[in-house]
Design a binder for this molecule. Structure first.
Ligand SMILES: [Zn+2]
Length: 393
């Protein structure tokens, strides 16, 4: 592929540092070969030596790395009608196949280039991705998650196999998913503020299970709300805490120390505001925890839990961004959660997450300056994947 250039009025590089003006990005063979910053008045001087290579110019736009939603359920829709929600759980793989494809398309339409799936009872997202490995959106899947006998999580996980421990069940599940999903608490009560549920697995069960997952080279994502369920998961050495409502200050400190990722999925609670008075208080508490996590240096990866009640694939990430901004993150730090941090969590940091020389030229063009983000993501102007423009307008 020949050389081409992209000029943008503003650039967010994915590291969390402030946006820079007047970026000139050179693309060769799908990679960024150079990134320079020139004032617009200098361009006529800089561009002629470029030997006629095409320049795509977006002086009134911002470019940023392709986004990552670190927590979705592709086998489910964000519909709110209870009957439809129950009905979709009965879908077979053949029914889910086109729906999963459509949700991946919707995600790309919002600038999402990678997804981390948190599991479904049938393992359909994993089955889809195994059958369609060459999608322009990279999807990492848990397959089916694991829950303790009789505990929460039937729609995304299964119980350990008959007569086997959790660790033995993970060992028997070959090849299994890209990562291991474990449920270690219930869900938030919408009637009683802050009610905590007991851990699903004890410390020893988790330690043995995580050791088994690591032996297979897999990361561990743990659904956990409340102090003890989160504490057990952190101490057993999980890679990420999903949701983490009411986990408390002590757990946040441990996560900062061990650099364990947190995926707060605050948008799930925003989606429940009309359902319950308690939801608003829970959301406020979660935003406070996010504020503390920022101060402590916990790595936050943006994830939406798309597919849960009222959480729509693609657009929910923009809502999650708004909540991060509300919790005090700058727009660049917010974007970092869905770029560099997400890429590290998914193990895709050589492909996505940063705009710098040597990285693939995979980025988004949104109208206006960075101050119009995250809302401007809704009117994406262009998407470049490995230097190839896939027009959104
Ligand atoms: Zn989930």
């Amino acid at each position: 592929m020949s050389k081409s250039f992209c000029y943008a009025g503003h650039l967010i590089d994915g590291t969390g540092s402030p946006a820079r003006k007047s970026a000139l990005l050179c693309m060769e063979n799908g990679l960024i070969s150079s990134l320079e910053f020139h004032a617009p008045e200098d361009l006529p001087r800089v561009l002629p030596p470029l030997s006629g290579a095409p320049v795509q110019s977006y002086p009134d736009c911002t470019i940023l790395p392709g986004l990552i939603d670190s927590h979705v359920h592709l086998a489910m829709s964000g519909k709110t009608d209870p009957e439809l929600r129950a009905e979709q759980l009965r879908n077979g793989f053949e029914q889910n196949r086109p729906l999963i494809a459509e949700r991946i398309r919707q995600s790309l339409g919002c600038g999402i280039m990678a997804l981390r799936d948190g599991g479904d009872a049938g393992g359909h997202a994993l089955e889809y991705v195994r059958a369609n490995p060459r999608s322009s959106v990279q999807v990492k899947c848990a397959g089916r998650g694991w829950r303790a006998r009789g505990r929460y999580g039937k729609i995304i996980g299964r119980e350990p196999l008959e007569g086997l421990t959790l660790a033995e069940s993970i060992a028997a599940d070959r090849p299994g998913g890209d990562h291991v999903k474990i449920l270690n608490s219930g869900i938030n009560s919408l009637t009683e503020f802050g009610r905590e549920t007991a851990p699903q697995f004890d410390r020893e069960q988790l330690r043995a299970a995580f050791a088994q997952a690591k032996k297979q080279g897999k990361k561990i994502m743990v659904h956990a709300n409340g102090t003890l369920p989160v504490e057990f998961a952190i101490e057993a050495g999980c890679d990420s805490i999903e949701h983490g409502f009411f986990m408390g200050e002590e757990n946040l400190r441990k996560m900062a120390d061990k650099q364990i990722f947190w995926v707060p999925t605050a948008v799930t609670m925003k989606a429940l505001l009309a359902q319950s008075k308690v939801a608003a208080r829970i959301l406020e508490t979660q935003l406070d925890q996010m504020r503390r996590a920022r101060a402590l240096g916990v790595p936050i990866a943006s994830g939406t839990d798309a597919g849960s009640f009222g959480v729509r694939h693609g657009q929910a990430l923009v809502e999650e961004f708004k909540l991060m901004v509300q919790a005090g993150f700058s727009i660049e730090e917010t974007i970092c959660g869905a770029t560099r941090t997400g890429a590290r969590l998914l193990g895709l940091d050589h492909e996505l997450g940063l705009l710098r020389p040597g990285m693939p030229a995979s980025f988004l063009v949104v109208p206006g300056p960075p101050s119009e983000l995250p809302g401007s993501l809704i009117s994406l102007k262009s998407v470049f994947i490995r230097g190839m423009k896939s027009g959104m307008s």
